[in-house]
Design a protein. Structure first.
Length: 341
């Protein structure tokens, strides 16, 4: 199995564009936010070119996240022979960011495609391997079917039994095909076993009560719990909610790091023995309603590289102290709204 981490939106876009450009048979791409304003990274042009060459191109977009995408780009891709579908529900979102090329390599993580995200820190991983490809393709087929896709050879993936042998890298998902607890169970299982350290990275930190309880239990048994969040996110109101939660969590004994730049990554590292990179934020929406996907791994090389990335991010951040945040009445009100909704 081979892998590579990308730590910015731009670097991930470059890796994805290169993989798409080299495709010989198929390109399966599902994305939450997809706009054609990424200067220097024209995904629609490359996808259309590959479709005209006879490569099978299937693009699945979330109807809310990708609202406003240029209809001319969509029409051009369809006319070239590509298939474009939309995931459209009132409350559920296709929050995944997954690319599968030639059924031999998969990209997973938190990277969306939009021009304003170019300078962001983020995390995407490119992996190969029979088991993870098999699981990723089955998962893509579930989304494809749910969005009304008719191609029988893609839907036939649902009939193939997954590879069940033990692996050091495995795909996980949530919110598709009746799987509503898989990622939560993975978090709970591994956090409960933590002995020394837990590091989580998320742009939006609104933990459910069960996650707050598991992390607090870890702190009580002497585990060092670290949270990396942006000093400022892309939503002003979220900054207040983030700080309110971090201030509370710091009182429990956690250590929070505030990244100077926007960091949109979603990652987990426990005891330097198990890691995760995915699309889900630590909030009720990702764990409750959204379709999410990620990869867990125990491979020592991947753990080492993820640890280095997180250490670099921590060294370039400020440690949160209570004096940084004095809650106002509206912070309490916002937290009440968060709890209700």
């Amino acid at each position: 199995m081979r892998y590579r981490f990308y730590t910015t939106s731009k670097s991930a876009w470059k890796g994805m564009i290169n993989a798409i450009a080299s495709a010989k048979k198929s390109i399966y791409l599902e994305m939450y936010i997809f706009q054609n304003d990424t200067v220097g990274y024209n995904f629609f042009a490359v996808l259309e070119k590959k479709a005209r060459e006879g490569v099978r191109v299937v693009l699945i977009l979330d109807s809310f996240g990708s609202f406003g995408v240029d209809s001319r780009a969509i029409d051009g891709l369809r006319k070239a022979g590509g298939e474009v579908l939309f995931f459209s529900y009132w409350f559920r979102r296709l929050h995944r960011k997954t690319l599968i090329v030639d059924e031999s390599v998969v990209f997973l993580g938190g990277v969306n495609i939009r021009g304003t995200y170019a300078p962001w820190k983020d995390l995407q991983v490119r992996v190969t391997g029979r088991k993870i490809l098999s699981s990723s393709l089955r998962s893509f087929a579930r989304v494809y079917k749910e969005c009304g896709g008719k191609s029988e050879d893609i839907r036939a993936r649902l009939g193939k039994k997954p590879i069940l042998r033990k692996a050091r890298t495995w795909f996980t998902e949530h919110g598709i095909g009746g799987k509503w607890l898989e990622i939560r169970e993975q978090y709970e299982q591994h956090i409960a076993k933590a002995q020394h350290s837990i590091t989580v990275v998320t742009p939006y930190f609104f933990p459910r009560r069960w996650l707050l309880a598991r992390l607090h239990e870890a702190i009580l048994r002497g585990v060092r719990v670290e949270i990396i969040i942006p000093e400022k996110t892309d939503y002003g109101i979220v900054n207040h909610m983030n700080y309110f939660q971090i201030a509370f969590f710091a009182k429990l004994g956690a250590i929070a790091y505030l990244s100077h730049e926007m960091n949109h990554a979603k990652a987990l590292l426990i005891d330097d023995t198990i890691g995760m990179v995915g699309s889900g934020n630590l909030d009720p929406i990702s764990f409750g309603w959204n379709a999410e996907a990620g990869v867990f791994f125990t491979r020592s090389a991947m753990i080492r590289d993820l640890r280095k990335i997180l250490e670099d991010w921590k060294s370039d951040a400020d440690v949160f102290v209570p004096e940084m945040f004095k809650p106002k009445w509206y912070d309490i009100f916002l937290d009440l709204l968060r709890r209700i909704f």
